[in-house]
Structures are given as structure tokens and as C-alpha cells.
Design a protein around this ligand. Structure first.
Ligand code: C5P
Length: 287
């Protein structure tokens, strides 16, 4: 089988996210502060035998993850191989999924970037600029995962500035059963009918993050439309907030909701949500 290279690919939440306007290229200008989490996929690259599948997806959250050419990690492999004139036909990638797919937690993007890092060990001529170029072509969240920790992302998400790491915080993720096709594009389209945000909240948070961070100090432009777009999400949010007695926020374009606060109270928060129609995952921030 040859050498297998493995690494962890962390999830993220957007602590603050503002959509500032539409761009000429069809994307939107955003300003956001992101944070990586301890909950993570385990991803590997290995040599492929002639009959091996190119992409193999396992793990508790494998449902909904494509194992074909639309997989973001596979796209990243193909783009880097093309750029470096390398042959990727003898490679396979293994994704052990612990991050729910299409929830706003960046799992697919994180897998793609972590696979790029592993490839750079196999193809040592790959420079940091090669990885960034490929990452940005795979998607808008990818550049952040090259930095990780606490960071601000601007432009369409590709202009990343590292921020001082947040002190460790507890995070509880609430994952509704269903997501939607093309949900990110749909949420951006819906937001485009409303006045855009001005970036003030993100700038303030980036300049001085509150300590400890609480959900009611955070902001996400997508919350203005997500509760109309995802069926049942508003009701779920209300049920969670009344159980735990405090606010939760949407991550990215959702539908994952999260609580953030002091680590010692995290498990009590997760227990209070038991029995609600969502999966509950207790984790924490990761530098
Ligand atoms: O870049 P990514 O593939 O993750 O984005 C999915 C879709 O979300 C894009 O095709 C685009 O419609 C929308 N998008 C946007 N502005 C961004 C990021 C994404 O309009 N900054």
C-alpha cells in the first residue's frame, strides 16, 4: 500500500460574519472572523491500486459527502497535480468524517486544504503560493484553513489575516436533520434583496474580541434570511434557546447553530438540549 499520510482537518464557526455587497464576478464581498474547532475529520492520502476507489468516505458523518469528482478534496488534488505537472492517478484519498456535511462548519473546505498540505509533503516542490492559489480556486472558505486558529477573512473570503488566538472556549453545535441544495448560493441570493451590512461589527470584533465571548455579542448577516429558507430552523432555534436560557448563533450559511461560552459550563449546556430534534456535539475552540 506504500506510505499513508494522515492529518486532522478541523471544523470552523464564523464568530462574526457580514455580507457587504455584490461583486461584478457574481460573488459577494464579505468580512468575517472565523475560529477553528477541535472537532475534526481525519484525512489521508495513500497509493491507489488499480481497482481502488479514488475517494473513500467513512465515519459517523459520511452521509451526504460525495465520493466523486465533485468532492472538494479531490478537486484540490486534481488542481495541484495540474499546476505541478504531477500524476495523481496513483493516489487515493480517505476521508473519515466527524464534521457534519453542508452545515456551515467548513468540513469539505477543511478536508480539501488538509489534503493539499499532505500532498505538499509528497510533492515538495509545492510552494505556499501554489497551495493558496489552488485553495482559493476550490472555494471561498479554503484560504482560512491554511491559517486556522482565529482569523479574519475579507474579499470573497480569500484575504485572510491572523488574529490573536481566542482563549479556549466551549462550543456546542446543534445540527438540524436537513440541509438544502446550493444553500450557500441561495442564502446569498436572498440577502441580495435586503440592504447589505457595513462591516462595522466585524472590524470591532477583530480589533478587540470580548473575553469571554458570548453568543449575544456575535452577528451573522445570514440570520436575516436563514430562518425563512431552512424549514423549521427558527422553531428549533427558539426551542434550544428556551432550554439553555441563552442565545445561539448560525455558523456560516447554516443550518448549524452554535453556543459559545466558558468551557466549564459546556457539558451542562449540551445536556440541557437532549431530546430536541437535532444532533448535539460538544467541542471547543482550537488555536
Ligand atoms: O466559494 P464557494 O464555492 O464556497 O461558494 C458557493 C457559492 O456561494 C458561490 O457559487 C456563490 O454563489 C456564493 N458566494 C458568494 N460570495 C462569497 C462566497 C460564496 O456569493 N464570498
Amino acid at each position: 500500500m506504500g506510505e499513508v499520510l494522515t492529518a486532522v482537518a478541523p471544523a470552523k464557526v464564523n464568530l462574526v460574519l457580514e455580507v457587504l455587497g455584490r461583486r461584478d464576478d457574481g460573488y459577494h464581498e464579505i468580512d468575517t472572523v472565523l475560529q477553528t474547532l477541535q472537532v475534526a475529520d481525519r484525512v489521508s492520502i495513500a497509493n491507489a491500486g488499480p481497482d481502488d476507489p479514488r475517494v473513500e468516505v467513512t465515519g459517523p458523518w459520511r452521509s451526504g459527502v460525495p465520493a466523486d469528482a465533485s468532492n472538494l478534496a479531490w478537486k484540490a488534488v486534481m488542481l495541484l497535480a495540474e499546476r505541478l505537472k504531477r500524476d495523481a492517478s496513483n493516489l487515493r484519498i480517505l476521508l473519515e468524517k466527524h464534521i457534519p456535511a453542508a452545515g456551515g462548519l467548513g468540513g469539505g473546505s477543511s478536508d480539501a486544504v488538509t489534503i493539499l498540505r499532505l500532498l505538499a509533503r509528497r510533492w515538495p516542490e509545492a510552494t505556499a503560493a501554489d497551495l493558496l492559489d489552488v485553495a482559493v480556486r476550490v472555494g471561498s472558505d479554503e484560504a482560512f484553513f491554511l491559517t486556522g486558529g482565529t482569523a479574519r477573512a475579507q474579499g470573497r473570503g480569500e484575504r485572510v489575516t491572523k488574529l490573536p488566538s481566542l482563549a479556549p472556549h466551549g462550543i456546542v453545535l446543534f445540527l438540524p436533520p436537513a440541509t438544502l441544495e446550493r444553500k450557500t448560493a441561495r442564502l446569498f441570493e436572498r440577502l441580495g434583496r435586503l440592504p447589505f451590512d457595513d462591516g462595522r461589527r466585524t472590524a470591532e470584533f477583530a480589533a478587540r474580541a470580548p473575553d469571554p465571548v458570548r453568543a449575544d455579542q456575535l452577528y451573522n448577516s445570514f440570520e436575516r434570511v436563514a430562518f425563512d429558507v431552512f424549514p423549521g430552523l427558527g422553531k428549533l432555534r427558539d426551542a434550544i434557546e428556551s432550554r439553555i436560557g441563552t442565545r445561539v448563533r448560525l455558523s456560516g450559511a447554516g443550518p448549524a447553530l452554535f453556543w459559545i461560552g466558558p468551557l466549564p459550563v459546556r457539558d451542562a449546556i449540551a445536556e440541557q438540549a437532549a431530546g430536541l430534534p437535532c444532533e448535539v456535539v460538544a467541542t471547543q475552540t482550537a488555536a
